[in-house]
Each structure stands twice: as C-alpha cells, then as structure tokens.
Design a protein around this ligand. Structure first.
Ligand code: UD1
Length: 370
C-alpha cells in the first residue's frame, strides 16, 4: 500500500488536487491517501466554497496557519507539517503549484527523508521578485517526481541539471478539472444582480503584490481598466489583498458601476463553478494570475495578462494570451485590439486533455510495484 499525503494551502491549489484525489480513489487497494490543508487561505470564499464546488472530501488535517509575512507563514506550515509527517509516516507527499505552502511542505518532508512529488513542475518566470518563483525553484530542486504541464517546463528542468528520469510530462491537472466541470458550469445562472449580457463583458482578476501593493502602480492599472470599462463592463471578483489596498489607497472611485453596459461589477471572490461560467462567456479576460492564463487558453477567450513575464509562455505561444505589463497605455492598447477583433486563433497544448491526474497516479503506482 502506497501511503500518500496530498497538500493544499491556497485557492489555486484546490482545483489541482481534486482530480488527483479522484484518480487515487480509483485504486483503494493500492493507495491510501490523506488530505492536509495548511490553512494559508481560510476565508470561506477563498477555501471551503471550492471544496463544495469540486466535490472534494473535507481535509483530514487542517493546520490553520492563516496569514502572515512570508517567513511567518512558511515557518508555521513547516512546524505544523513536520508533526503531521512524523505522526502519519507517509511514503510520499504530493504538492501542487507554487504557493508558500507548496515550498514549506516540500522542505519539511524532504528533511524527514520522505519522497515528494511536485505537480506543475518546471514553470519559470525568471523573475526572482515573484515569491512564487522562489517557491518553484526551491520545490523543484528537492522533489523526486517532477510532473510537468508542457515540454517547455521539461526543458527548464533539464537546463537546471535535473536528471531526466525524474521529469514526467503528464499534462495539466487544472485542465482535468476544467473539462470535468465545464458542462455543469455552463448551465448555471449568472451571479445575481450582475446585469451583464453573455459575451459582452470582461472578467478581471488582480491580486499580485507587484500590481496592487504600490499606490502609483495600482492607480495606473485602475485608471486604464476604468477606461476599458467605459466600452465593456468589467466583472471583478476582488481578492482580499486587493480590496484592502484599494481601501487603504482610497482608489474605490475607479471601480464604480456606471450602469447598463458600462463600468465595474465588483463582487466578492466567487466559487470555482461560477468563475468558470463567467470566464467561458467573457469577451476577454484581464488577469495577473497564473492559472487563469491557462484556463483562458483552453476556453479560447482572449486573455490580457497584466504582468511583464509569465511562467506559462505556452499560453502566449499557442493560446490566447498576451503579456502587457502594468502600464496604462499598454493595457489600453491591448484591450482596444481585442475589442476591435475579438477572434484569436489558438491551439490547446498537448496533453491538456483531462487525463493528467490518471497519468500521474499510474506513474506513482508503477514505481511502487518495483
Ligand atoms: C497566494 C499565493 C499566490 C496565489 C494567490 C491566489 C503565495 C506566495 N502566494 O497569494 O501565488 O496566486 O494566493 O489567491 O503563496 N487573505 C484573506 N483571506 C484569506 C487569505 C488571505 O483575507 O483566506 C488576505 C490577508 O490579508 C493576507 C493576504 O490576503 O495577508 C495575502 O494572503 P497570502 O496567502 O499571503 O497571499 P495571496 O496574495 O493570497
């Protein structure tokens, strides 16, 4: 019996672990697994709502670490997870993505001599000012299994000296989840009171510290988005970090609802299915997130990424994504192009086919047999 701990911590982890749990559940006589939630995200809307939407089991163990500085959060996860590893003695820990919990649990398990698998390995923005890039590098250098979403990631790992036998190109677990739920999501009503027409609105997500923590940067971004919203209403589920900064800098006046067909529709963070539904009917997506660039690619919706780099370049090479940074003129020009010509040619990357989790579980079980 292979004893596995699956780790989740923050919102973008849940949709990546869900298909792995499904795939592991198909082999109850071969795999025993526990779900550990570090509690990095804890608000209902950032956490529990996703468990319900995705039909995930409740976590077996919740470390309840909460927010803090990077060192505080990472340190708290490490201390709490070390105890879990000692108490439960797993053969393998599975981590996903690039949040602080991903790195913290990897370091902890490896120091106890436990094997670790990283799902979504090898992505690189080459931007060391991004906390996630530090998390990705530390995680990948330590892990025993590196499961990648595309061959550009394999190339990054090989260039960094990772032995090829550790690298497995399996596809994209987040897209497993999207494909599984898209039909159900498409049948939902729009969140109440939104007052937008399908195909005639944009969706915005914005939370990266480099965009929201500095007043001038945030104001420039909001000014540009405000202008875009005069031509196309923007639905904006606002992240707690961003909400805090908008309030602190007193910039709420950029985000007003200007009535039918214009302005912002500011809403609280929404669940997975509602968000997928909004995205699939959007005319464009504006984001500084990582995973949403991939979701937009699969949905074929033009995506404008408010960042100077991406760890997911395949979404620009094959998908609908363009990188525009956070300067006002660049955001306006990119949005203007989409409004003038919304159709983008795109391709879905290889192995983003709904079967990535199955491939991962097969590899783990085959190795366990030997
Ligand atoms: C984290 C991830 C980021 C990911 C994002 C998705 C790291 C370094 N960052 O960023 O990669 O894209 O999640 O959401 O791991 N807060 C709440 N409620 C919550 C959680 C957070 O109000 O449930 C607020 C707190 O004020 C907190 C702040 O958000 O201090 C930041 O939370 P944190 O988990 O540190 O980072 P995120 O910005 O959410």
């Amino acid at each position: 019996m292979l004893k596995i701990i699956n780790v989740v911590g923050a919102r973008p982890n849940f949709m990546k672990i869900a298909p792995l749990i499904d795939a592991m559940n198909r082999f109850p006589d071969r795999i025993e697994h526990l779900l550990v939630h570090t509690g990095q995200h804890y608000d209902r809307k950032m956490s529990k709502a996703f468990f319900e939407d995705l039909g995930m089991p409740r976590p077996d163990i919740d470390l309840e670490v909460g927010s803090g500085t990077h060192a505080e959060q990472t340190g708290k996860v490490m201390m709490a997870f070390e105890k879990v590893c000692r108490d439960t003695a797993p053969d393998l820990v599975v981590v996903v993505g690039d949040v602080n919990s991903t790195m913290a649990c990897t370091i902890t398990a490896k120091k106890l001599g436990i094997r670790v698998a990283h799902v979504e390995a090898g992505l690189r923005s080459r931007d060391m000012a991004m906390p996630e890039e530090i998390n990705r590098l530390c995680t990948d250098v330590l892990c025993d299994y590196l499961f990648t979403t595309d061959l550009l990631a394999d190339r990054n790992l090989v260039q960094e000296g990772v032995p090829e036998e550790k690298i497995h190109f399996v596809g994209n677990v987040m897209i497993d989840t999207l494909l599984k739920h898209s039909e159900r999501a498409s049948k939902l009503p729009f969140p109440e009171g939104l007052d937008v027409t399908p195909g005639e609105y944009a969706v915005l997500t914005l939370h990266r510290p480099s965009n929201v923590d500095d007043r001038d940067t945030l104001e420039g971004v909001l000014e540009a988005l405000h202008q875009v919203s005069e031509r196309l209403p923007i639905v904006f589920p606002i992240h707690p970090r961003t909400e805090k900064m908008v309030r602190q800098f007193d910039l709420g006046h950029y985000l007003e609802n200007a009535g039918a067909g214009r302005g912002f529709r500011l809403i609280e963070p929404i669940g997975y299915l509602d968000f997928l539904h909004l995205n699939m009917n959007a005319k464009m997506i504006l984001t500084d997130s990582g995973g949403i660039q991939e979701e937009a690619t699969v949905l074929g919706v033009p995506c404008i990424t408010l960042r100077f780099n991406t760890e997911r370049p395949i979404t620009c090479e094959m998908g609908t994504n363009v990188l525009v940074g956070n300067r006002k003129e660049d955001i306006l020009s990119a949005a203007g192009k989409v409004l003038a010509d919304p159709d983008r040619e795109y391709q879905v990357p290889d192995r983003w086919d709904g079967r990535a989790a199955d491939r991962i579980v097969k590899i783990l079980m085959d190795d366990d047999e030997q």
